[in-house]
Design a protein around this ligand. Structure first.
Ligand code: NAD
Ligand code: WQD
Length: 338
């Protein structure tokens, strides 16, 4: 089977490409390299000894997409391409709506015109807003607190309407919790532009000596140690979830939605202390104000993915921190393309 991976040079995509290639799939990737480097694609090729057919370009460019579909015989699309910085989405929302929502519409049109109707979509736990309770199941009410989240919810709603109008589509919506970690080779990992917004990339840069002190955003939440609790999932487990989703699409399931998380929540301080074990040093941190829009606690009930996909996350928090640190210490400034 040949899979088109949009956003194919990005963090989650590079790990997914590696697992796809190792599982015997052919991978075609498109990326405009707005938040990634070709280097990640080359490293995956080196790690697997297999080729990725890479197209540098934008999913907003329908003619380009149609050309790719005409050249390659694509069986399914995994759609990662998107902008994902919550703060930036509040500052420049139209860019997010254009890139994420219009980009997805363009992709769906090109797919339909090319008779490719199998799609895996990267959604996010952000669509649950501030959940009324935990763990969160797929049927919880949906709400969002920022433009980034709204793009994910709008796309999910759009996919529902599309499927209602034409049940020949097969669509797997995957709601990721908090992906962290890196491939155990230390060759590929997360490489954010500038100062990281997310906790683990920030902690990684402190551990690697690139940044000085971790800011803990609030220690007065209603949690055991007062800091926010999230469901961190190893990016390789997440990548393997995409393989299971592709296997599911082949059975013509229609539109299906799955949480991909571990079902276990860790606090900010838990993460810092686990990372200290991984890097074998003390990591300086200070407690600062809460970050606007943050919630106290979120973690997944992923039992539906276990039941219907036969998937569960297997890698521990220790492994997540060890693999993250291996990547960051070997590549303190990432892929160096920027
Ligand atoms: P990433 O930024 O590393 O990957 C996204 C890739 O898409 C980048 O390589 C970027 O250059 C590319 N891209 C963006 N707009 C494009 C366009 N118009 N045309 C072509 N390429 C484009 O991010 P990631 O963490 O790997 O996330 C992948 C997907 O998963 C995103 O849709 C993101 O919203 C979603 N997601 C991520 C997380 C997370 O915490 N990392 C959580 C939930 C959902
Ligand atoms: C985790 C915890 C922070 C940074 C975000 C997006 C979400 C999804 C995943 C894409 C929180 C605390 C953070 C720091 C801190 N992405 N923190 N110091 O906010 O759960 O989710 O990424 O879909 O949409 O919102 O992840 O890693 O930013 O924060 O104390 O420097 O760490 O307050 O409790 P979050 P995060």
């Amino acid at each position: 089977m040949k899979i088109l991976v949009t956003g194919g040079a990005g963090y989650i995509a590079s790990h997914t490409n590696l697992e796809l290639l190792n599982a015997g799939y052919e991978v075609v990737a498109i990326d405009n390299l707005s938040n990634s480097c070709m280097e990640s694609v080359q490293r995956v090729e080196k790690l697997t000894g297999k080729k990725i057919q890479f197209y540098e370009g934008d999913i907003l460019d329908k003619e380009y997409l149609l050309r790719i579909f005409a050249i390659e015989k694509i069986d399914a699309v995994i759609h990662f391409a998107g902008l994902k910085a919550v703060g930036e989405s509040c500052a420049i929302p139209l860019k997010y709506f254009n890139n994420n929502v219009s980009g997805t519409i363009t992709l769906l049109e090109a797919m339909k015109e090319s008779n490719v109707q199998n799609l895996v979509f990267s959604s996010s736990a952000t669509v649950y807003g501030d959940p009324v309770s935990v763990p969160v199941t797929e049927d919880f009410p949906l709400s969002v607190a920022n433009p980034y989240g709204r793009t994910k919810l709008m796309i999910e709603e759009m996919l529902n309407d599309l499927y209602q109008s034409d049940s020949t589509w097969n669509i797997a919506v995957l709601r990721y919790f908090n992906p962290i970690g890196a491939h155990e080779s230390g060759e590929i990992g997360e490489d954010p532009n500038g100062i990281p917004n997310n906790l683990v990339p920030f902690v990684a840069k402190v551990a690697a000596g690139v940044l000085d002190t971790i800011n803990v955003f609030g220690d007065d939440y209603d949690t055991p140690d007062g800091t926010g609790i999230r469901d961190y999932i190893h990016v390789v487990d997440l990548a393997l979830g995409h393989i299971k989703a592709i296997e599911k699409l082949v059975t013509n399931p229609g539109l299906v939605t799955y949480n991909l998380g571990t079902g276990v929540g860790y606090s900010v301080l838990d993460i810092i202390h686990n990372y200290e074990k991984a890097c074998n040093k003390k990591l300086p941190y200070k407690v600062t104000a809460r970050r606007p829009g943050d919630i106290a606690t979120s973690y997944a009930d992923s039992s539906k993915a276990l039941r219907e996909l036969g998937w569960r996350a297997e890698r521990s928090i220790d492994k997540m921190c060890e693999d993250s640190y291996r990547w960051q210490s070997r590549n303190p400034n990432g892929y160096l393309c920027k």
